[in-house]
Design a protein around this ligand. Structure first.
Ligand code: ADP
Length: 600
């Protein structure tokens, strides 16, 4: 910091301010030292009287003793010496004259004390102490005045009263010069230290003056910036207000427009449906189909716009009602399972065992999000599978915070479009509209709905390698009811030997996990013949299977054929459950009382 300040340009203003600061600093030192000397003067006066009383209190005059002249000298002369500087300190503190009067009085005090001690050489040290003390002023002129007084005192008294100052009746004529020489010697070092100290003070004053300038400039700058910020803040608030009211107006307009369009649109579609049931020729049927398809697409678009407008204008609030997650997942997957099956896709869903089923939240909005993501997955996948997984959100300890993911093996999304697809009317590739249809509103709505549910949505994808859409959502858990449900299921399956037969690996994995989490011992077979082998082996070993889960559609040998094979073997006590991912009704060959199995 100091280096930075020292680099700061030494302008005339700074120089002026530095001199003023130096003056202030010195004036404070002068006043402080004045006060110290005033106190010292009083002390020395009293000490002189005490010394006189101790050393020579009385003197014999004939038979009478009387007070020694020294005592009177200590009282009156000492008082006279002390009175002037004390008065000056009180009247003119910090002034040059005061300092010099103090210096003269201090030297005279030294002289008086030497006289009172009978010229003892040891008392001469008082001079040196006094000089050192005078150096406190950090003004070498004072030392010169004091030294002149000391020299004059030594010279005059050496001439006329040598006993008073040197303690002997006769002295060599140049003895005073020797004494003065030691005083000059002391002065020399004291003056050097005063000059150094003054230089340091000058440096400090300059630094402080620079610092003050820097601070003043910073303050000015901050003041300016604050004023600018305040100004732009006001502009921003006004702009925000304007934007918000424009956005509200837009949302309200869209909302009422969508509503107004929806009513006649429904009438058009309804009429088209009625028309479909009347006798029509081939061309008319084709035109009607095109009309219905486009009408449906338009209605979807209007519904999307209505949803977006409602969310944006803050008019969409979520419902808080109890629902069963498993039923909702089953229903949603079932709805789209038909379309998936028509495209030859496997449709799978897996709710992790630790996910609470009985929740509180907005069932319809959750279903809307799932329909959208799974619908997209089916739409953009030509071969392979679509898998919905529901698990607890690992980033939260709350049981109702869930993480949903929809995995597909479809066309995927380019890296640079991963964020864009969540914007309104945006499609990853404009050619998709032509090929797959759609408005580009679905994910924008999903993002807003998920945010309303306290979660977020994101996607991982690679072009040509499928996509994974994730979202989190917060629900409350209906604790009492969910606690009741699971133990009965777990008890029912504990120790049950089960065989899962499905050609799809993921499906086998899901079923295995569902069964083993409820206590069953699970084996797998990927096709019918292997399944029959397993069943036969288990029967021979004396521990036959009690539960058989069959995928109804498998290459080579389908679920029904496997079930026939089992029937031929007349398995006793075997529960067979047929699972289908198309729109066939679930086929139960035996009574099954396991309610939580997914059937679609
Ligand atoms: P829409 O499907 O009606 O066009 P969305 O908002 O649902 O609108 O999706 C926006 C775009 O994101 C889609 O047009 C498509 O380009 C891309 N997209 C969404 N889901 C998938 C997916 N599962 N696989 C590949 N692309 C997808």
């Amino acid at each position: 910091m100091r280096a930075v300040i020292q680099e700061y340009e030494l302008s005339p203003d700074i120089v002026r301010r530095a001199s003023a600061l130096l003056r202030e600093m010195r004036s404070a030192i002068f006043r402080r030292t004045d006060k110290l000397f005033a106190g010292l003067m009083v002390f020395q006066w009293l000490a002189g009287i005490v010394a006189a009383l101790l050393l020579s209190p009385t003197v014999w005059a004939g038979e009478q003793s009387q007070t020694h002249i020294h005592v009177w000298a200590a009282i009156f002369l000492g008082g006279a010496i002390a009175i002037a500087p004390i008065a000056m300190v009180l009247a003119l503190p910090g002034k040059t004259l005061t300092r010099h009067v103090v210096a003269i009085a201090q030297m005279l005090t030294s002289g008086l004390l030497i006289h009172l001690s009978g010229g003892r050489i040891e008392t001469h040290f008082h001079y040196f102490g006094s000089l050192a003390f005078l150096a406190f002023y950090r003004d070498w002129h004072v030392l010169i005045t004091a030294s002149i007084v000391a020299a004059a005192d030594h010279f005059v008294r050496g001439q006329y009263f040598p006993q008073s100052i040197y303690g002997v009746a006769a002295i060599e004529p140049w003895r005073w010069v020797e004494h003065v020489g030691w005083v000059v010697f002391t002065d020399f070092f004291l003056i050097i230290s005063i000059v150094q100290s003054l230089n340091e003070m000058r440096g400090i004053a300059r630094d402080r003056a620079r610092l003050e300038t820097v601070y003043a400039q910073i303050e000015q700058e901050v003041g300016l910036r604050t004023a600018e910020l305040r100004e732009s803040g006001r502009d921003l608030v006004a702009a925000r207000e304007a934007a918000l009211s424009a956005s509200r107006a837009k949302s309200e307009f869209l909302s009422s427009m969508s509503h107004e369009i929806r009513t006649p649109m429904n009438a058009i579609l309804g009429m088209a449906q009625l028309l479909e049931e009347t006798p029509l020729n081939r061309d008319q049927k084709k035109y009607l189909e095109i009309m219905t398809n486009n009408g449906d697409a338009l209605l979807d678009l209007i519904n999307g716009i209505l949803d977006l407008a409602r969310i944006e204008s803050g008019r969409l609030s979520l419902e808080e009602a109890g629902f069963d997650l498993e039923t909702l997942v089953d229903g949603t997957v079932e709805t789209l399972g038909v379309r998936a099956h028509q495209k030859g896709l496997e449709m799978l869903a897996h709710v992790m065992p630790d996910v609470p089923h009985l929740l509180v939240g907005d069932r319809l909005r959750l279903r809307q999000v799932l329909l959208n993501l799974i619908g997209n997955a089916v739409k953009f996948t030509d071969t392979g599978q679509v898998l919905l997984t529901v698990e607890r959100d690992r980033e939260s300890a709350v049981a109702g915070h869930l993480h949903f993911s929809v995995v597909d093996t479809g066309i995927g999304i380019a890296k640079d479009k991963l964020e864009e697809v969540f914007s309104s009317f945006t499609q990853a590739d404009s050619s998709t509209t032509r090929r797959y249809g759609g408005s580009g509103l679905g994910l924008a709505i999903v993002r807003r709905l998920v945010a309303l549910m306290g979660g977020r949505v994101w996607v991982e994808s690679e072009l040509g390698h499928g996509s994974v859409f994730h979202f989190t959502a917060h629900f409350q858990v209906q604790t009492d009811a969910s606690v009741e449900k699971h133990p009965t299921v777990t008890v029912m399956l504990s120790g049950v030997r089960a065989l899962v037969v499905d050609d799809n690996f993921t499906n086998r994995l899901i079923l295995r996990e569902m069964l083993s989490s409820r206590g069953a011992e699970v084996d797998e077979a990927e096709d019918g013949p292997t399944a029959l082998e397993h069943i036969e082996r288990a029967r021979i070993s004396g521990i036959p299977y009690q539960l058989l889960l069959l995928d109804c559609q498998m290459p080579a040998m389908d679920g029904f054929q496997v079930a026939e094979g089992v029937k031929a073997g007349a398995e006793e006590g075997l529960t067979v459950l047929m699972l289908s991912s198309d729109d066939l009704k679930v086929q139960l060959r035996a009574r099954v009382n396991w309610e939580s199995m997914h059937t679609w």
